[in-house]
Design a protein around this ligand. Structure first.
Ligand code: ADP
Ligand code: MG
Length: 616
C-alpha cells in the first residue's frame, strides 16, 4: 500500500499525487492529513517553509469538499498575490481528477469584477489575500457565511505584513460552526493570539522546533570595507557558477542600482521592488522561475511572496534594519529539503548585528574570506571544462563540421582546448588579473606565487563531490594518504569536480609529492598550490571576533550549501527549459545535503531521507 493511501486519501487524490511525482508524504503531511480527514477540528500546524504545508491542508480539504454543491465551502487566506496564485495552482493540480470542483484565486492588482464573475460561476474553494477579500466582502461579491473550513496559510507572514485587522474582520464574517486550520512557520505572539481568540481547542502539530531557523540553511558572513560591497558581491557570484539567488538590499534605490550594475557586468540579474508595475513584477518573477534570471535583487517587501524552490543562495547585500527580518530572508532558500546558504556582506561597524541574529536563528555564522581572484578563476575554469564535457551536442551542427574542421585543422588538440576554454575564460582572467583581494580594511592581501615557506598554504585538488567526497570524507582521505595529524588539514572546501584545502606551509612539499603521485580509481590526482594563506590579511581579520580557532579547526571549513554538485551539471539545460524542472530536480536524487548534516535525524529532512533510500 502506498504511503499516501495509508493516510486515508481517496483514489482521485492518489492519482493526482502520482502525477505530481510525490513518493511519500512529508512529516507535516503525515501528521496533519489523517487528523484532518478523521474529524472536524481546529488545528495549528507549525512547520518550516518548504516542508509541504500546502498539500498538508490541500489534500484533506479537497477530500472533504462536496463538489456537487456549488456553494463556497472553504476559504484559504494567504499573505501575497504570488502565494495565492501558487496555492490555487497546487490545489487545482491536486484536484484535477475531481469533476465539478472549482478553485478561484482572489488578489489585489487585478480586475475585481472578473474575479467576482468567476466566483458567481461557483467556487467551492476560494484562495485569497486578506486585503482583496475584505474588499469583496464589503462589496457583497462573495459569500463566506456558510463555509465549513477556513485556512490561514503562512499566518506569521500575514500578521507580519499587518493583516491582523483584515483577518479578524474576515473571520467574523464566517460561521462559528466551522473548522479553522492555521499553518505557520513560526509562532510569534500575534499568531498565538489569533489561535486563542478565533479557534476552538485547536490541536497542535509541530514539525521541528518552534521558532527555530531552518536547519538546511547555513549562514556565512564576509567582512569587507563599505566601498568593496559590490566587488564582494561579484566575487561571491563568480565563485558559485551555478548560483540561483535572491539578493537583498535595504532600499528600492540600492536594489535598482545593484541590479543595473550586475546586468552591465554581464550577469543575468533583475530588480524586484515596489516601484515596478504589477505587470513588470510578474514578468520578473516569471523569468526568475524560468531561470532566465540567476540573480534577483529585491527589497524585503517585494520579496515576501517569493516561493521558489531550489534557490541556492540568499545574499544579504546589506543587513535589514530590523534583525528579525533576516529569518524571512534566509527562509527563501533551503526549501523542500534542499540545502541552501545565506550570505551576509558586512562591514566592521555592523558586526554586532551578527550575534543578535545568531540569537534569533539559534545558529552560528561562519566567517569566511571573500574568495581570491585566483580561486575564482580556478573554479570558473573547471566549471567551464565540466560544462564542455557534459554539454549535449545538437547534431544539427554536423552539417557544418567539415567547414569548422577546415578552420581549426592546423591547431593541435592541446592548443585547441586552451583556445576553447579561453573564449569564455578570458573575461575572468582579465578582470581578476587587475584586481587585488578584498579584505575588511580594503587592503591588498598577498597574491599567490611560488611555494611559500611560512603560514598556511591553500591547495587545489582535482577531486570533489563528483567523486563522492564531502568535506569530512575528503579531510579523512587527505589525512590518511598523507599520514597527517588531526588538525593538519583545514578549511576543506569541496566543489563539484575539485576541492580546496589548507595545510601548514611546512607540509607543502610532502603534499605535492605524495598526492601528485597518487591515483584514485585509475584517475591521476593533481594538486596545485592555490595561494599562500598566511600573512597579514587573514589573521588580522580573525581578530574582529576572536573566532579564529573555530575557522581553523576545519569544522568550519565544510562546504555545505553549494548546489553546484551533481545536478549542477544539468543546470545549464534546466535553466533554459523551465518547464517540468521542479519535479525533475526532485527525482534526480541529487545528494546535495550530504555528509554529517544528514545524520542528525533532523525533523524536516524528509525529502532527503526519501532520496537517500531511493539511492541505496
Ligand atoms: P511550504 O508551504 O511548507 O513552504 P510547499 O507546500 O510550498 O511548502 O512545498 C514545497 C515544495 O515541496 C513544493 O514544490 C511541493 O510541490 C513539494 N512537495 C510537497 N509535498 C511533497 C511530497 N510529499 N513529496 C515531494 N515533494 C513535495
Ligand atoms: Mg506554503
Amino acid at each position: 500500500m502506498n504511503k499516501f493511501e495509508q493516510l486515508g486519501l481517496n483514489e482521485s487524490l492518489l492519482l493526482a499525487i502520482k502525477d505530481l511525482g510525490f513518493e511519500s508524504p512529508s512529516e507535516v503531511q503525515e501528521k496533519a492529513i489523517p487528523l484532518l480527514l478523521e474529524k472536524d477540528t481546529d488545528i495549528v500546524a507549525l512547520a518550516q517553509t518548504g516542508t509541504g504545508k500546502t498539500a498538508a491542508f490541500g489534500f484533506p480539504l479537497i477530500q472533504k469538499i462536496n463538489p456537487e454543491n456549488r456553494d463556497t465551502q472553504a476559504l484559504i487566506l494567504s499573505p501575497t498575490r504570488e502565494l495565492c496564485l501558487q496555492i490555487t495552482n497546487e490545489i487545482k493540480l491536486y484536484s484535477k481528477y475531481i469533476k465539478g470542483l472549482n478553485t478561484v484565486a482572489i488578489y489585489g492588482g487585478a480586475s475585481i469584477t472578473e474575479q467576482a464573475s468567476h466566483i458567481r460561476r461557483g467556487a467551492q474553494i476560494i484562495v485569497a489575500t486578506p486585503g482583496r477579500m475584505q474588499d469583496m466582502i464589503n462589496r457583497n461579491m462573495v459569500n463566506i457565511k456558510n463555509i465549513n473550513y477556513c485556512i490561514l496559510d503562512e499566518a506569521d507572514e500575514m500578521l507580519n505584513m499587518g493583516f491582523y485587522e483584515d483577518i479578524t474582520a474576515i473571520l467574523s464574517d464566517t460561521p462559528k460552526e466551522k473548522s479553522t486550520w492555521l499553518f505557520s512557520a513560526t509562532m510569534p505572539q500575534e499568531v498565538a493570539r489569533i489561535a486563542k481568540d478565533f479557534m476552538r481547542k485547536p490541536l497542535e502539530i509541530t514539525v521541528g522546533h518552534k521558532n527555530s531557523g531552518n536547519e538546511n540553511v547555513s549562514h556565512e558572513f564576509y567582512l569587507v570595507s563599505a566601498r568593496d560591497r559590490y566587488a564582494a558581491l561579484k566575487r561571491l557570484a563568480d565563485a558559485n557558477p551555478d548560483i540561483f539567488s535572491v539578493i537583498f538590499c535595504r532600499t528600492k534605490r540600492d536594489t535598482q542600482a545593484v541590479a543595473e550594475k550586475l546586468i552591465e557586468d554581464g550577469y543575468s540579474a533583475a530588480a524586484l521592488h515596489g516601484d515596478l508595475s504589477q505587470a513588470q513584477r510578474d514578468g520578473v518573477m516569471k523569468s526568475f522561475r524560468g531561470r532566465q534570471i540567476q540573480m534577483l535583487v529585491a527589497t524585503d517587501v517585494a520579496a515576501r511572496g517569493i516561493d521558489v524552490d531550489d534557490i541556492t543562495h540568499v545574499i544579504n547585500y546589506q543587513l535589514p534594519d530590523e534583525v528579525e527580518t533576516y529569518t524571512h530572508r534566509s527562509g527563501r532558500t533551503g526549501r523542500a529539503g534542499k540545502s541552501g546558504t545565506s550570505l551576509v556582506i558586512i562591514t566592521k561597524s555592523e558586526l554586532r548585528k551578527i550575534s543578535q541574529i545568531e540569537r534569533i536563528i539559534k545558529m552560528k555564522f561562519e566567517e569566511k574570506p571573500i574568495p581570491s581572484g585566483i580561486e575564482i578563476c580556478q573554479i570558473q575554469l573547471f566549471h567551464l571544462a565540466n560544462r564542455i564535457k557534459d554539454v549535449e551536442v545538437d547534431h544539427e551542427i554536423d552539417a557544418y563540421l567539415p567547414a569548422i574542421e577546415e578552420v581549426l585543422k592546423d591547431i593541435p588538440k592541446e592548443e585547441l582546448i586552451k583556445k576553447m576554454v579561453s573564449v569564455e575564460f578570458n573575461r575572468f582572467i582579465n578582470y581578476y588579473k587587475k584586481s587585488s583581494d578584498l579584505s575588511s580594511d580594503g587592503g591588498t592581501r598577498r597574491e599567490s606565487g611560488t611555494i611559500p615557506t611560512d603560514g598556511a598554504v591553500r591547495f587545489f585538488i582535482n577531486i570533489g563531490s563528483r567523486d563522492n567526497f564531502d568535506w569530512m570524507t575528503l579531510k579523512d582521505f587527505l589525512k590518511e594518504t598523507l599520514d597527517l595529524g588531526r588538525d593538519d588539514v583545514f578549511k576543506v572546501d569541496v566543489k563539484e569536480g575539485f576541492s580546496f584545502f589548507n595545510t601548514d606551509a611546512s607540509l607543502a612539499p610532502k603534499v605535492m609529492e605524495v598526492l601528485n603521485a597518487f591515483s584514485l580509481q585509475g584517475r591521476k590526482i593533481n594538486v596545485e598550490i592555490s595561494k599562500n594563506e598566511g600573512g597579514g590579511g587573514n589573521s588580522r581579520r580573525r581578530d574582529h571576533n576572536g573566532r579564529g580557532g573555530e575557522r581553523r579547526s576545519g569544522g568550519g571549513g565544510g562546504f555545505r550549501g553549494e548546489r553546484s554538485s551533481r545536478d549542477g551539471r544539468s543546470g545549464g539545460k534546466d535553466r533554459r527549459s523551465g518547464g517540468d524542472r521542479k519535479f525533475e530536480v526532485r527525482k534526480s536524487g541529487d545528494g546535495e545535503r550530504r555528509g554529517r548534516r544528514n545524520e542528525g535525524g533532523d525533523s524536516n529532512g524528509f525529502f532527503d531521507k526519501a532520496k537517500r533510500s531511493r539511492r541505496s
